[in-house]
Design a protein around this ligand. Structure first.
Ligand code: NAP
Length: 344
């Protein structure tokens, strides 16, 4: 049993990671088709040992493709995902376009794989925002044990979360600072090199940013609508991996030792928590890894039943590409999707 998989946005940060992860995890493919815009026709991308040439999304026929991993932004997804879904190809989308649609499951396999079952309504499954994905992986086992009432989270998000142009901007600005050239900010609203920016995505009427709102709405949809959450999202001059300082209030008592033991057993989580210099994870070490890392677990003495922890994960992997491939694996392992019959 092998699936024909198309990757829309194959030249991007997330698309390239999807190609790597499909190959690494030996996802059974009959063919992988990299797609991008007219800018990238013929551009080569790697898939395992192979080199594939990108094709143009606009002229590709999805009728014999089984799975489309979509990673080309919200505008492209809004336009294309319903049309691709209507051709019987399941779209696993990385943008924010479909996440809050009641007919589209929003999935983190370690947390709510069962919700995948409703995907046939639109043939679209949404991947959450990168900062939400790693957070719910950490929260789920703790919620099961002691019922989360409220979460206060501050994020430290890498520039790769804003695409490849944003990574280039951090690189170029850093170079400009060193050689005393003028520093140009195009992708970010202020200089990011040797700085940080307390704004990710646009402002909403209530003063929160859209990124902060996404963390609230998506956590409720994936994990539990009763959880209260407030976020402050900050862009930092790190290339890969998002970090989060997370303060959690529970209904029932839970000690730091109990939380550490629970998280050590949790799927997708690795605990690195030695109370000594360097006994914790940093974004540099999490880059290229699949796990959601948890460190600095401690009791919050200012509230009843409170914990504080530090959570780091590679935003291009668990925050996007890995999660998407894991969703495809759920479809395959639960026999929710069989490959289409194709002419030999
Ligand atoms: N980066 C993250 O951590 C992260 C996490 C979760 C979700 N996401 C989401 O994933 C998506 C992609 O992010 P990214 O970081 O990979 O961005 P990126 O590095 O900027 O790449 C964008 C990709 O989309 C393609 N594209 C753009 N316009 C297109 C069009 N009209 N038709 C076909 N292809 C088009 C680009 O192709 P060309 O090379 O031809 O321009 C490129 O392959 C976004 O929706 C983002 O919000 C990202």
């Amino acid at each position: 049993m092998a699936y024909k998989v198309a990757i829309v946005g194959a030249t991007g940060n997330v698309g390239r990671e999807m190609l790597d992860i499909l190959a690494e995890r030996r996802f059974p493919v009959s063919e992988v088709v990299p797609l991008a815009s007219s800018r990238s026709i013929g551009q080569e991308v790697s898939f395992g040992e192979k080199t594939l040439k990108c094709r143009h999304l606009d002229t590709y026929d999805f009728s014999d493709t089984d799975i489309c991993l979509m990673s080309a932004g919200g505008t492209v997804s809004k336009d294309w995902s319903p049309r691709i879904g209507a051709q019987g190809c399941v779209v696993i989308d990385n943008s924010s376009a479909w996440r809050m649609d009641p007919d589209v499951p929003l999935i983190v396999p370690e947390v709510n794989a069962d919700a995948t079952a409703g995907f046939r309504k639109k043939n679209i499954i949404a991947n959450p925002n990168c900062s939400t994905a790693q957070l719910v992986v950490a929260l789920k086992p703790l919620h099961d044990a002691a019922t989360i009432r409220r979460v206060v989270v501050s994020t430290y998000q890498s520039v790769s979360g804003a695409g490849k142009d944003a990574m280039d901007e951090l690189f170029a600005q850093t170079r400009s600072v060193f050689v005393s050239d003028p520093v140009e900010a195009k992708k970010f609203p202020k200089r990011i090199a040797f700085n940080l920016i307390p704004q990710i995505d646009v402002f909403m009427e209530d003063g929160f940013t859209k990124e902060e709102w996404k963390m609230v709405a998506e956590t409720k949809k994936i994990l539990d609508p009763k959880i209260k959450l407030v976020a402050t999202c900050v862009r930092v001059p790190v290339f890969i991996s998002h970090s989060e300082a997370v303060n959690i209030e529970f209904e029932k008592p839970i000690s730091a030792d109990e939380a550490r033991d629970i998280l050590r057993e949790a799927p997708g989580v690795l605990v690195i928590d030695k109370r000594e210099p360097g006994g914790y994870i940093t974004p540099h070490e999490a880059a290229g890894e699949d796990a959601t890392y948890i460190s600095r677990i401690r009791e919050d003495p200012t509230v009843d039943n409170g914990l504080v922890l530090w959570c780091v994960s590679d935003n291009l992997r668990k925050g996007a590409a890995l999660n998407a491939v894991q969703i495809a694996e759920v479809l395959m392992n639960r026999k929710l999707l069989t490959p289409k019959a194709r002419a030999a």
